[in-house]
Design a protein around this ligand. Structure first.
Ligand code: HGY
Ligand code: MN
Ligand code: MN
Length: 422
């Protein structure tokens, strides 16, 4: 083996990043690549081509359509897996997800070209449907391999237009009838490492290029439907109205008051989807659909907020004479990440004199589900201006380079170990 430590080639990395950013490009710096879209399918093809033809990995697509690329090791050991997701939110940015996939591929390619003899298989994964999508199932790929979504559940999922999830997964190369085969355990995956943009401003403000993630927030999502009464906007007196929009607006404001009262950055609440029917200038809204999301560092705080919101909605329903129903779509607990991997990454940062900061993530990630059955860890790189889920997402490539080199060292150290359990 050569004496110099392996380091990545950023020109080559940036070229690849530009190639994948063109897929689903919105022409203004952003991308639109939700799960099931043409751009999602096109990027899947390109990623498989890169992994197979440019890096020489064994590529396969699993039953939930996650893409895997594997380079076998010299021993029969569980794999060290690096990866993230390639779908985007509607009109999102170029970095959220794909950056982590290209970093994973770069780490494996650099180690291969350096001639690193590894005992564990090295693998990359690109997860299916990490972001919310028309099927209302996010982190679909990682939740499935963690055994948190079942074949029976997935087979009855349809999107807002009635398209079956089975059709979308089949188009992406998977097959829901084989879901049990997608399941992974600790004996398949030794460790999972994900590089992601921070999506906040803490690293930028601290002028630190790397965040080592300690844990990931819990996420609770509830679909609320308000049914009032559509009626004439001119002739119906205020006292006779059952305006579903105004009831929905009160719910959104009540949520804001509840999270404000908690006085901590560790609890947030958002109504990110809000639709009214029939949505016409001269009709009092007869129905309103809201997607409520509560995120927090503890399940207690999340559940307390959800309960208080339920109380508030009961009062709003009574006041306005509307019917409000709730459907809980997600109740994901906060997840600490693996202390053993965190320690290895800190050591690698010290060895390479890379400044870092420990951070808790208020964004959700596939690593949450990976951590439910194996050792999982994450690195963050700064998001300029804290912008994310929008076209202005940006991260400096010099920070990405530090993260790649830190991960290379972490993988090399990790490969020497056969157990991470203390
Ligand atoms: O929703 C999230 O936090 C992530 O960006 N998918
Ligand atoms: Mn995202
Ligand atoms: Mn993401």
């Amino acid at each position: 083996m050569p004496n110099l430590l392996p380091t990545c080639d950023m020109l080559h990395f940036m070229d690849r990043f530009d190639r994948i950013s063109k897929i689903g490009s919105t022409g203004d710096g952003g991308v639109h690549r939700p799960f099931g879209s043409t751009a999602d399918l096109e990027l899947r093809d390109l990623l498989q081509h890169i992994a197979r033809e440019e890096i020489g990995l064994e590529v396969h697509v699993d039953p939930i359509a996650n893409i895997w690329g594997i380079r076998l090791g010299s021993e029969n050991l569980p794999a060290i897996v690096l990866g993230s997701h390639h779908d985007s939110v509607p009109h999102g940015g170029r970095f959220d997800g794909p950056l982590g996939i290209l970093v994973a591929l770069e780490v494996i390619q650099t180690l291969k070209e350096y001639g690193f003899h590894h005992r564990h298989p090295l693998a990359f994964v690109s997860f299916t449907a990490e972001e919310p999508n028309p099927f209302d199932v996010s982190t679909m790929g990682s939740r499935t391999i963690a055994g948190r979504l079942t074949k029976e559940h997935l087979l009855q999922v349809t999107d807002w237009d009635g398209r079956s999830l089975q059709d979308a997964i089949t188009a992406a190369g998977g097959d829901l009838t084989h879901i049990p085969l997608a399941r992974k355990s600790k004996s398949d995956i030794f460790a999972f490492l994900e590089l992601h943009i921070e999506q906040g401003r803490r690293l930028e403000l601290a002028k630190v290029p790397i965040g080592i993630v300690t844990g990931i927030c819990g996420i609770y999502r509830e679909h609320i439907t308000v049914v009032g009464e559509a009626n004439h906007a001119g002739t119906t007196m205020l006292r006779d109205r059952h305006d579903a929009l105004l009831a929905g607006a009160q719910i959104a404001l009540a949520l804001e008051e509840l999270v404000k009262a908690a006085q901590t950055d560790g609890l947030v609440g958002t109504v990110g989807r809000f639709t009214i029917t029939p949505n016409a200038a001269n009709i009092i809204p007869g129905a309103c659909d809201l997607m409520v999301e509560i995120r927090g560092a503890t399940s207690d705080a999340i559940h307390r907020t959800a309960q208080s919101l339920a109380k508030a909605t009961t009062a709003i329903a009574k006041q306005r004479g509307v019917v409000i129903t709730h459907d809980v779509l997600l109740d994901q607990t906060p997840q600490p990440l693996a202390p053993e991997l965190i320690e290895l990454m800190k050591q690698a940062a010290h060895t390479q004199t890379i400044p870092f900061q420990s951070l808790f993530s208020m964004a959700g990630h596939d690593a949450t589900h990976m951590a439910s059955f194996t050792h999982a860890a994450m690195l963050f790189v700064p998001s300029i201006g804290g912008k994310s889920h929008c076209k202005d997402e940006f991260t400096e490539m010099r920070d990405v380079e530090l993260a790649i080199n830190l991960l290379i060292q972490t993988v090399m150290k990790l490969d020497l170990l056969s157990s991470l359990d203390i």
